[in-house]
Design a protein around this ligand. Sequence first.
Ligand code: C2E
Ligand code: MG
Ligand code: MG
Ligand code: MG
Length: 281
Amino acid sequence: HAKKEGRGSICFYQQHYEQDLKLQLKVQRELPNALKHHELILYYQPIVSAQGRQLKKVEILIRWQSSVLGFVSPATFIPIAEETSFIFDIERLVIEETFKHAAQYGKENRLIYSINISPKHFESDNFVTYLNEKMLQTGVSSQQIELEITERNLIMQQDAAQKRIEHLKSLGFRIAIDDFGTGYSAISYIKQFAFDTLKMDREFIREMLGNRRDLALTHSIIRMAHNLGMQVVAEGVELEEQAHTLANFGCDYLQGYLYGKPQPLQGVIQAPERQVFHGID
Ligand code: C2E
Ligand code: MG
Ligand code: MG
Ligand code: MG
């Protein structure tokens, strides 16, 4: 009997695996069209100050509306793009469009534009030169550009990564560690690399109200980050009570559905300091 069940579950997983593979192949096949047919759009998600709840930063998140596959999540197509050189094309598009927006509205809105950079791109030889060129071409201030890199970005070639981060910082760009706490070497990374911002993963935020250990961890991570000279963004803030607690812990910025889901970048208003997302708590 047990054997039968075992088989059944193998079949079940295999089916899922095969569906997954099918989707992956379709995505691989369609990815070139995403670029050719301009199916990629930039969305942004607001990031607000924890104290005044004012719009201070925007995270740029890519969206793909495929004419063949419909909506495809970046969680699905970014890893596939990372296996090919498409990630370069995609992220150059993201960088170019973001710089265009920042050149047009950045001086007035004084926002920080936060861009996700994948490992392959970050480690590529001409990445720094490319960014620097874009900055000079568009006149965008590097201080308004933040690069989000995840822990897994840095696993390879730590010395090279450290040099690159220092180089980018010397040019004025800001560097954030994204999804902090989900990888294997979070602490060793913040020991080695001088990030400006720590983005605390939404796993911690999700559980913090119902779980003492998560609550203690969020508080400790914020203090540790501050002691290391980093500012903290909490991801995945959905409830006012979470926002309130995080603000009391001294968290600097909040991001999550409470303040807005990702939406087209074109909609960013030009005078965000007047845009308050929530009353004083
Ligand atoms: P991420 O950088 O951690 O981005 C945050 C993700 O959390 C976004 O998912 C956002 O929609 C979601 N999120 C934000 N607030 C909440 C909330 O309150 N509740 C919940 N449940 N979710 C929330 P999205 O847009 O689907 O992006 C997924 C991932 O894809 C991103 O995770 C990022 O790693 C990657 N990605 C997106 N755009 C790019 C890009 O241009 N380049 C690279 N390399 N990766 C990208
Ligand atoms: Mg991110
Ligand atoms: Mg993140
Ligand atoms: Mg995340």
